[in-house]
Design a protein. Structure first.
Length: 149
């Protein structure tokens, strides 16, 4: 039986990528990526949910980023493609922990969106990198057809 492990994400970098160089010269890049979605709750209020993803880059792509041939920084809108990997480790208290990461084999910066730009769903494109307390998204005239959940 065949299987497929493929992840495609578009989101914003939560911090500048961190570079680790090992004794053998191999490089590892670590970053976080925020993806957001908006939906209406049962009371018809807009809710924005942000998920954070751990991104790991190895090989030639890591070398390009570390050597400055690709320059990414916090807030950049990114397209990331790769596969999911889950690893385990034991913390200082002896508890076994699990971490799921996206091992990226493709990472490209996308053109920044202008504030008035519309998404393909007719909503203004304004992804949230960090949730803002008290933020209530404003709707538009095309939102009356939304499902009530």
């Amino acid at each position: 039986m065949a299987s497929l492990n493929k992840v495609i994400l578009i989101g914003r970098l939560g911090k500048d990528p961190e570079i680790t160089t090992f004794e053998n010269g191999n490089k590892k890049i670590s970053a976080t990526l925020a993806t957001s979605e908006r939906y209406r709750d049962r009371d018809q209020n807009w809710v924005e949910q942000t998920d954070w993803h751990n991104i790991v880059v190895w090989g030639n792509l890591a070398n390009d980023i570390a050597d400055g041939r690709r320059n990414y920084s916090k807030g950049d809108l990114m397209y990331v493609e790769g596969k999911l990997r889950t690893r385990q480790y034991t913390d200082q208290q002896g508890i076994v922990r699990y971490v799921t990461e996206v091992y990226a084999d493709k990472m490209m910066q996308m053109a920044p969106a202008r504030p008035a730009q519309q998404s393909s769903f007719g909503q203004p494109y304004a992804p949230a990198v960090e949730p803002t307390p008290g933020y209530v998204p404003q709707g538009n005239a095309n939102e009356s057809n939304d499902l009530p959940f």
